[in-house]
Ligand binder design. Structure first.
Ligand SMILES: NC(=O)c1ccc[n+]([C@@H]2O[C@H](COP(=O)([O-])OP(=O)(O)OC[C@H]3O[C@@H](n4cnc5c(N)ncnc54)[C@H](O)[C@@H]3O)[C@@H](O)[C@H]2O)c1
Length: 393
């Protein structure tokens, strides 16, 4: 593709806990991809989360939200700090995440779940069940229980009561369902819509809309599953899924469950995208699915691969650089095949011959080295072939 005349304008949100560590590794990999493929980045760093409460007294300032909006994409680590865990606290880091999703209009969260062949032994699920697992979970991100009003605790003469509201408009359901159909068309053409239509009115409208939309995508096979049954099948027969589309709460739970298949929360990336287009693609926010992992923060042991793979998704969805995205994904696989393992990846198996236990930054360096090695192999292969085009710069 034609390379951009100016650097991509990225906002980086390291956040709390292991966020700054994994983001540092992810940035080095993106910079290396830029050098190899001929593009650059202008980074603006903002404080959001517990670090923002410490600095400004609020989890996110309005001006920082504006900076995120005025960018080509947002690269996000993780937020959350145990010192703000008190459920009675008025300000909490996680409020910023919900505000960012709503404020940027990030209506769809895409979570690919694949299992690297060399990591099959790291999952508690039997290896034979992991063969062929390759699914994409599409989670609605700005509606449902996480945003419905009222959401409050009430004190009544009979005691305390609480209410949360699960509300969806027809348009909110339709746009995420259509996106899921389109994504299924580019994959194995199978869509599983997950709901609780035997109990919830919102799920019955969800199911009705999926049935209405499917006429526009005759090449896609559709099935409906109840969320409880789907949770079982995800572990019993995970390879049957291609694209899963579901509402906010069900998607949150099912995608964390699916991470068990990949061997560690530290392996799974995500993209949250909105309808707004930038010069290069859809505006979006890219982050690992894990949280700030305070139990391991500051020790250089966190797995940076989910963050690095989120960077690859950013190149593909927001920056129009699919070849660089693929190169990073290949480099992650190559680093794992070469034996590099962060501690989470050997927790189930123990150290094996040929494996090298490394920390966060050394794992990122291994990915950079694999990326550069992959590029020089391509250049070598290209110059060896008469008249062949050099694939990378
Ligand atoms: N998007 C986000 O920023 C996000 C998402 C989930 C949770 N959180 C917040 O994170 C904090 C901690 O939450 P939690 O403990 O429930 O979830 P978590 O994902 O932070 O950690 C769960 C477990 O997985 C491990 N883990 C997570 N990421 C890892 C990595 N990259 N490498 C190795 N091990 C990893 C942790 O050490 C921990 O044992 C809370 O404040 C929570 O609200 C934030």
């Amino acid at each position: 593709m034609t390379q951009p005349a100016a650097p991509y304008r990225l906002v980086v949100v390291p956040g709390d806990g292991i966020g700054p560590e994994v983001i540092a590794g992810g940035r080095r990999v993106l910079e290396a991809a830029g050098r190899l493929f001929g593009f650059g980045f202008e980074w603006r760093e903002v404080l959001i989360g517990g670090v923002a409460i410490d600095a400004y007294g609020v989890p996110m300032r309005d001006e920082d939200m504006a900076v995120c909006r005025d960018s080509d994409a947002v690269y996000f680590g993780a937020i959350g700090d145990p010192k703000y865990d008190d459920p009675k606290a008025r300000v909490r880091p996680e409020q910023a995440l919900l505000a960012l999703r709503k404020g940027l209009g990030l209506y769809a969260n895409l979570r690919p779940v694949t299992v690297q062949p060399v990591l099959r032994g790291s999952s508690p699920v039997r290896e034979s069940l992991l063969e062929g697992v390759d699914m994409l979970i599409v989670r609605e991100l700005t509606g449902g229980l996480y945003f419905g009003k009222p959401s409050e605790l009430r004190v009544t003469p009979a005691g305390r009561e609480v209410v949360d509201t699960l509300a969806y408009t027809e348009q909110e359901i339709r746009r995420v369902v259509k996106l899921a159909f389109e994504l299924a068309q580019g994959r194995r053409k199978k869509l599983t819509s997950v709901d609780k239509a035997n109990v919830l009115s919102s799920s019955r409208l969800w199911r009705t809309i999926v049935e209405e939309v499917k006429a526009e995508y005759p090449d896609v096979t559709v099935e409906h599953r109840l969320v409880d049954a789907c949770a079982m099948t995800l572990i019993q027969r995970p390879a049957v899924f291609d694209v899963i589309v579901t509402e906010n709460l069900f998607g949150d739970i099912l995608s964390d469950e699916a991470s068990v298949l990949a061997g560690s929360l530290g392996m799974l990336p995500s993209a949250s995208i909105c309808e707004r287009r930038t010069a290069y693609g859809l505006h979006g926010m890219y982050e690992p699915i894990h949280g700030s992992a305070p139990d391991i923060a500051g020790r250089d042991v966190a797995n940076p691969l989910a963050t690095i793979l989120s960077g690859a998704m950013m190149l593909r969805w927001s920056l129009g650089q699919p070849a660089a995205a693929e190169a990073i994904e290949r480099a992650v696989a190559d680093a794992l095949v070469a034996g590099y393992r962060t501690p989470d990846l050997v927790a189930a198996t123990g150290d094996q011959p040929g494996q090298k236990r490394v920390g966060t930054q050394a794992m990122a360096d291994a990915v950079v080295a694999a990326l550069e090695a992959g590029a020089s192999q391509k250049v070598g292969a290209a110059s060896a072939g008469a008249g062949a085009k050099v694939a990378v710069r």
